[in-house]
Design a protein around this ligand. Structure first.
Ligand SMILES: [Zn+2]
Length: 562
């Protein structure tokens, strides 16, 4: 391990600024943690932590509630609230308008093809073949905290998730590694963007076939059944693949399964991620040196389970209670290995989720499912009736309410874009399904009023954005397979998520301040005293920092890295 060497010129400036703000350099350096752990729990709603708190341990989620900082009013400030934009925003502090990850996929008008957020045809899989291995962060625009930590602190960065986008996007542009789960082999894999071959510690973990060890076992409730809220067999729940009913106990595939996908929508996949995270700390020596390293882990199974059973199910409650125990073990490991006093941990989610429409209806709330394909066909027919027969959409899909016009057709037929905008907007309101509609022209000119308008504006990127964006009414979701629920809206059930901090630089307490997802990265940057990520639009919650002056301390000089 080489001690960071300060260059003389920077040393002079640093001493000067240290003198001005009255901080000793030795103290400043000692205050930085050895390891930052960035935890994203995919689809973790804020209310889960309040609802299930009496069933938590002291050192799982309790670590944040008892010894850390809890932001009770942390929300997403853009639309759409889907996985890739969330994972790209947390550590960049930038909304999709800046970092360009405007959805899990989007339509590229130049190539006339749909682009997956993490696709990169110039690379190949490592440990996996085919397109599922052709992944990198090349579609992400700008830098994030992982990049700033590498630049300023020489940090070693690792990203881990079941989902490729969950592993890749938080880890930044050039981490030491990003690993995701191959549902076929049950192995963690990567791409040639990161490395030519899997490190020994990854191969060793893969050889254990932990996913395979859960096949054929049962998922039962951890606590007695009467300690679970609501119904187990509720209308609208979607059974797991291979099961007929959406009730406990669940059977996790069978020993004869040739793939490992049956483990993914169960709490045991969180266990696998936790074990793999520990293997990464051991294998990469994270947090063991004088650097401040960064481990990003995204826990995907909550999302799979929430989509199938909804936020008021026994399955989601059991998953969160088990996740609390899994965190308890993980934080205990960090304490033994590195010492929790040397670890800065933040935990958040990439989005929430809507209740099952059937659950909402049972509560007397208007909600339901609409068939997006049927609606699009209706719109196409009405456009042809009004403007003359033609194919008006370049991409005949209605994904996240986004519509892409075929501008060559409009030019040919001499139809002004504004006329089509107006027609579609009136059609949308006429269906009774939509709350708002925003045209590309409106968004480019920044004319999207109100909180929803602002959210759509923050999620709109000029190069990649659609021609028209329709926002469905509250509690109304597009048909999503048979039953189940989804997320993506600008409403609080999708935007209100936990934002938790623990460790050096964090003043424990509950903070009810206005706080947005874009404020996490600048808050961490202030604690770590590194430069803000390039597209960051958020601001640190200064009163949560143990030394508010930290927020004003300039970034330290570059270090001499290996
Ligand atoms: Zn997600």
């Amino acid at each position: 391990m080489i001690r960071p060497i300060l260059r003389p010129r920077y040393m002079k400036n640093l001493l000067l600024s240290a003198a001005l703000i009255g901080v000793s350099l030795a103290t400043a350096s000692a205050e930085r943690p050895n390891l930052v752990v960035s935890i994203i729990v995919d689809q973790l709603r804020y209310d889960y932590l309040e609802r299930f708190q009496s069933q938590f341990t002291d050192r799982g989620f309790g670590l944040f509630y008892k010894q850390g900082a809890v932001l009770s009013f942390g929300r997403y400030n853009y639309f759409p609230t889907s996985t890739a934009p969330g994972h790209a925003t947390v550590l960049s502090g930038a909304p999709p308008s800046e970092h360009g990850i405007i959805g899990n996929s989007w339509f590229d008008k130049r190539t006339r093809k749909s682009v997956y957020c993490a696709e990169d045809k110039s690379v190949e899989g490592v440990g996996i073949t085919g397109i599922d291995g052709q992944r990198s962060p090349k579609n992400f625009i700008g830098s994030n905290l992982a990049d700033q930590m590498r630049l300023h602190l020489g940090s070693r960065v690792i990203g881990i998730s079941m989902k490729d986008r969950g592993a890749i996007l938080p880890a930044g542009n050039k981490p030491a590694g990003a690993y995701w789960f191959d549902s076929k082999s049950g192995h963690f894999v990567t791409s040639t963007y990161y490395t030519k071959s899997l490190p020994d510690w990854v191969v060793d973990y893969n050889n254990k076939d932990r996913a395979g060890s859960f096949l054929g076992t049962k998922w039962t409730r951890l606590l007695p059944a009467d300690q679970y809220d609501y119904e187990d067999d509720a209308p609208g729940e979607r059974p797991l693949p291979g099961e007929k009913k959406a009730v406990f106990p669940h059977t996790i595939g069978s020993k004869t399964n040739t793939t490992r996908s049956a483990v993914m929508p169960t709490p045991f996949a969180n266990q696998i991620l936790m074990e793999f995270a520990m293997a990464a700390i051991e294998g990469e020596g994270l947090g063991s040196g004088e650097r401040t390293d960064l481990l990003c882990v995204s826990f995907s199974p909550v999302d799979y389970i929430g989509h199938a059973f909804g936020p008021h199910s026994h399955e989601i409650q059991d998953t969160i209670i088990r996740l609390d125990r899994q965190f308890d073990a993980f934080f205990d490991y960090l304490d033994q290995k590195i010492g929790l006093e040397n670890v800065l941990i933040h935990l958040t989610a990439d989005h929430g989720v809507a209740p099952l429409p059937e659950f909402a209806q049972a509560q007397g709330i208007a909600g339901g499912r609409y068939n997006a394909a049927t609606q699009l066909l209706d719109l196409m027919g009405k456009l042809s009736d009004h403007f003359g027969p033609a194919k008006y959409f370049l991409y005949p899909k209605f994904s996240s309410g986004q519509l892409i016009y075929d501008h060559s057709v409009l030019r040919e037929k001499k139809i002004p874009v504004a006329d089509v905008d107006k027609f579609i907007r009136e059609w949308a309101f006429d269906t009774g399904l939509f709350q708002a509609a925003y045209s590309r022209a409106q968004l480019l000119d920044g004319l999207a009023p109100g909180q929803i308008g602002r959210a759509v504006f923050n999620g709109f990127n000029g190069e990649r954005g659609a021609d028209m964006i329709l926002i469905a009414k509250q509690f109304l979701i597009p048909t999503y397979g048979s039953g189940g629920t989804t997320h993506g809206s600008p409403y609080n059930y999708d935007t209100h998520v936990p934002m938790l901090f623990f460790g050096p630089g964090v003043k424990p307490g509950r903070y009810d301040d206005e706080f947005y997802i874009t404020d996490i990265a600048p808050t961490l940057a202030a604690i770590l005293r590194v430069e803000l990520p390039s597209g960051c639009t958020g601001k640190p919650l200064v009163k949560m920092l143990t030394d508010p002056k930290q927020a004003r301390i300039p970034a330290p000089p570059r270090v001499n890295r290996r």
